[in-house]
Design a protein around this ligand. Structure first.
Ligand SMILES: [Zn+2]
Ligand SMILES: [Zn+2]
Length: 274
């Protein structure tokens, strides 16, 4: 008889497989029709990225709940109950708006620290290795990188009482935040030549995130997953009027290789004018 854990594992794997088929059905045809640069579907690194898609999906499903519950349990003992009562009375739309704004800010800083702190860059640099971008590059990340960045976005949401671990009805906000952010992340990595005009100033686009993967000039900019306003506030926004980066990646070629070095924080000052 199958154990409960094995059934859970198989259930999550099946769910991830369905999501992969849906995402491929959307992005593969779009990238054939509107490719920024010619790139074969069966490109180098495809199998690694598919493996990381499943590994990271399962890691997020099984390992994120424990630290979130732990942090929320500590917060409940420190922050006065009156505060949580006030938060509970907020209408759903206000809670969802706050979760989005706070979560995005956390993701921004988690990503930025992954560039600026050497030991985090060691893990995050795997995501910056590809010399060409397509939608599936989104999944190319070390599990520790995924866990760290997700925790940066979700811990403040739980500590502030905008969600409660364990209660399904109280987790709709974090679920939407994570799901929406993940689907959007596939889009901004895609090999699509679309320009979104003024919308690119408000919400992240492929061109916005492709500059984050640029190799000519280093990668200390455009950290926000969805809201570029955080890059504007914290001084890391870079989006020239129409240009795309010419080259992507870093020098290290193997997924197991150590990245050469973290980017220098002062690098942003070497950018060409926008
Ligand atoms: Zn990065
Ligand atoms: Zn990326």
């Amino acid at each position: 008889m199958m154990s409960h854990q094995l059934l859970l594992f198989l259930g999550y794997t099946a769910r991830l497989s369905v999501w992969l088929i849906i995402l491929a059905a959307i992005f593969v045809p779009l990238e054939r029709l509107f490719a920024l640069r010619p790139l074969p579907i069966l490109r180098p690194g495809l199998l690694e990225d598919l493996g990381l898609y499943f590994l990271n999906g399962l890691v997020a499903a099984f390992l994120l709940g424990v630290p979130l519950a732990f942090v929320a349990a500590i917060a409940v003992n420190i922050i006065p109950e009156a505060y949580y009562s006030q938060v509970d009375m907020l209408p759903l739309w206000a809670k969802l708006g706050a979760i989005f704004a706070i979560g995005e800010c956390g993701f921004y800083w988690g990503h930025r620290w992954s560039h600026e702190w050497a030991w985090l860059w060691h893990f995050h640099s795997i995501h910056h290795q590809p010399n060409a971008l397509d939608w599936l590059v989104n999944t190319r990340a070390h599990p520790i990188d995924i866990i760290f960045t997700r925790l940066c976005g979700l811990v403040p949401v739980y500590v502030l009482g905008l969600a409660r671990p364990g209660a399904a009805s109280d987790n709709i906000g974090p679920l939407l935040l994570t799901l929406g952010g993940t689907v959007w992340s596939f889009f901004i990595h895609a090999n699509l030549r679309w320009r979104l005009g003024w919308i690119e100033q408000v919400i992240s686009s492929p061109r916005f995130h492709h500059w984050h993967h640029s190799r000519e000039i280093n990668v200390n900019r455009n950290y926000a997953p969805m809201l570029p306003v955080y890059d504007r506030i914290f001084g890391s926004f870079y989006l020239p009027a129409t240009a795309w980066p010419q080259h992507y990646g870093i020098r290290s070629a193997s997924i197991l290789a150590t990245a050469p070095s973290p980017p220098l924080p002062g690098d942003i000052q070497t950018l060409p004018p926008q």
